[in-house]
Design a protein around this ligand. Sequence first.
Ligand code: HMG
Length: 463
Amino acid sequence: KLKLLAAGIDDIAIYIPKLFVDARDFAKARGMDPDKLQRGLGVSKMAIVDTNQDPACMAANACLRIMERNKIAPKDVGRLYVATESSLDESKAMNSYVIGMLEQVYGNDSFGHCGGIECKFACVSGSYALYDNTNWIRAGEAEGKSAIVVVSDIAKYDLGSSGEYTQGAGAVAMLLNDNPRLMTFDPKVTSTSIKNEYDFYRPFGKETPIVNGQYSNLLYMIQVKKALMAYKDKALSTGIIKLKEGETILDYIDFVNMHLPYSNMGKKALTYLLRHEWRSLPRWKGIIEKMGMQEPVPKDPRGTIESILADEEFMQKDHEFTKRFTMTDEFQEAYDSKLSSSLIASSMVGNLYTASLYMGFRSCMEFEFQKGVDLEGKRFGFGSYGSGSSAMVFSGVIMPAYKEIVKNMNLEAEIGDRRKVSLEEYEQIHESKLSPTQNILEGKKEFVLVGVGSSPELRGQRK
Ligand code: HMG
């Protein structure tokens, strides 16, 4: 019988471009109330790429950071996977660009033995890449080598659209092995949901997505809930979680990390999942009494997402109910202890698509550690969502050696000095009015784009 190895995340490195748009400046320029962005969505800064940066350069910078910091040589890496929805080519995978850049540092063909593919399923693809590589390690196929999974994206929406204030850019590289210092994933509980949907999609050749915003918010929560229900069945049948009377699965998830298209989506999702989980428990009666309002039900509870969104009376009541629920002590306690630290980075950088969930994971570890919380043995639950649409729910437990990594985490320092761009500069970059050589910042010993083409001198270079 095959004996499964432990597998999980050993270290995590980020790369965030150093230009950002300030939410207040943005709101002023678009004639919006800044509170809608800052309080309503939780957006305070949106990272944007310079003219000479693309998703492959960001991915290569994050990979190099994780390799240098851990003194990992290419011979120690058996797989290098990239998950992105900002693909550069219909057939040539982003890994090959990344490896091309890393070989400028490590030597020609130094990754020759390595394998990997580019994965796509909107924002959830990083989680599928992580899961597949975790299983490669669990099965013993890695033979002691590590895997690197890098998630890298530029979240870009049309100027003037409602998606424009949920933009961002960045990459996260994760080092996986069979003796991880940060987190070991729980085996046999990862659960998924999938359905053909058009909440957010980017047809071939189009630079920005077509988005059905409110539909995507609700679909995200429905899909994650479905995956959570499947996770619950597996967690109970494998025995990693044992529920007593009146308890819910979320009582045993110490930290909840959600996909964060904007910071407050995490809060929306937690609210939705807690309502779903608590509804059948004795504690719900007390909460409802304190709120002084019954939970509203749509006219057609089995209706489509469109019919629920079109049911104005229900939507209004539900909005009021959600507001009252989020003000209860019970919700606040869950929010403060399980979720809030994971949202901090998101409000500083915006949506990183595939990388958002993992930026949130890192944010949670750093800020909980700073609060003096001992994370050892704590279970993190992940709610990953990708439009189109699929969700994945999985969990992992923090390892004793985590302190070695987390004590050195400093988000501000790792992002580095940032430069606020004017709205004029932002729009010029957004509309590709500047060439790669008209960069705003000079690269500081990092991979940048020197041009687009297949000749060697045009490939991403370290400058
Ligand atoms: P919107 O429709 O303009 O915003 O855009 P809204 O009217 O829903 O307002 C947002 C919040 O601000 C609301 O709070 C308002 O009440 C509040 P909520 O009711 O949600 O708690 N608000 C204010 N608060 C304080 N002061 C004020 C004020 N005014 C309003 N003055 C939307 C929001 C997210 C729809 C839009 O930005 C969008 O379309 N974004 C892109 C799509 C997206 O991010 N969808 C999220 C779920 S799908 C997903 O996560 C996948 C994705 O990452 C892609 C992938 O998988 O690849 C996008």
